[in-house]
Design a protein around this ligand. Sequence first.
Ligand code: PBG
Length: 330
Amino acid sequence: MDALPGFPVSRPRRLRSTPALRRLVRDVSVRPSDLVLPMFVREGIGAPSPIASMPGVFQHTVDSLRKAAHEAVDAGVGGLMLFGVPATRDAQGSGADDPDGILNVGLRALRDEVGDATVIMADLCLDEFTDHGHCGVLAADGSVDNDATLVRYASMALAQADAGAHLLGTSGMMDGQVAAVRAALDGAGRLDTGILGYAPKYASAFYGPFREAVDSTLTGDRKSYQQDFARSSAEALAEAAADVAEGADIVMVKPALPYLDILREVADAMPVPVAAYQVSGEYAMVEAAAANGWIDRDRVIVETLTSLRRAGASMILTYWAVDAIALLRD
Ligand code: PBG
């Protein structure tokens, strides 16, 4: 039957007409276990310290880390990603592979507190531990020395595995880092410790608030090792494929929201689960706009997380992980 002249044949609005119909036809979901909470533990503080540019996020003491981790696991998060903020730094980032370094102390506390009830992840990078703030060690000319850094990452990997991390997040963007970490782990019999490869990872201004979160000392930028956002997806696919070939168990697109195109392509092409990292600047933008009354925070959180899942993310690292779980119950 033809529709009356001037009336549309197709009526997509029909399936939007009641909440029950909308719920029935929804096919993208965000489960609590898809969400991973990044956490910060800081050496030498007596009480949790708020991060001004990330309202609601704290640098934890070891004790408050335990408590917050416990709450997150009770809420049902899929994992925890830990960053360490040391009291002192040096050129080699010695605190990173010191068993008594704050990140390794924090990992041990997390594993002791929650055991295998969630997935404990460790940021495997030197930037929090170096006095110059770069993700690697420097050559004599001041450039970041790729291969000397790999030696440091291998050592960090063993310290983090010893401390109880289930998954190591190779976030430094050195070439060959996944292979170096996998070889070190395998050589030490750590066959079950996994690798979350941070690739593709872009040199992004969206990491701004994170610099405050880890008291970063970096002057300059990371453009000689993190990716250029003005290059199209072929490079991103090559970076992710290299990580997989070297032994990454999961790869991650970072930042998330401005890179949905990259996320979709990587998720379609990779044989491993793909994560997305909703980074500090994405969090801060929404919190700041919401604090001004300009957007509805809770609805924006659910919309961004759902969009990341729709674009192909198997899991999402988000500072809203615990809050979002409460919002997802409908
Ligand atoms: C590197 C690392 C960074 C972030 C996660 N891991 C900083 C950087 O690459 O400059 C940023 C995370 C965020 O902005 O939320 N250790």
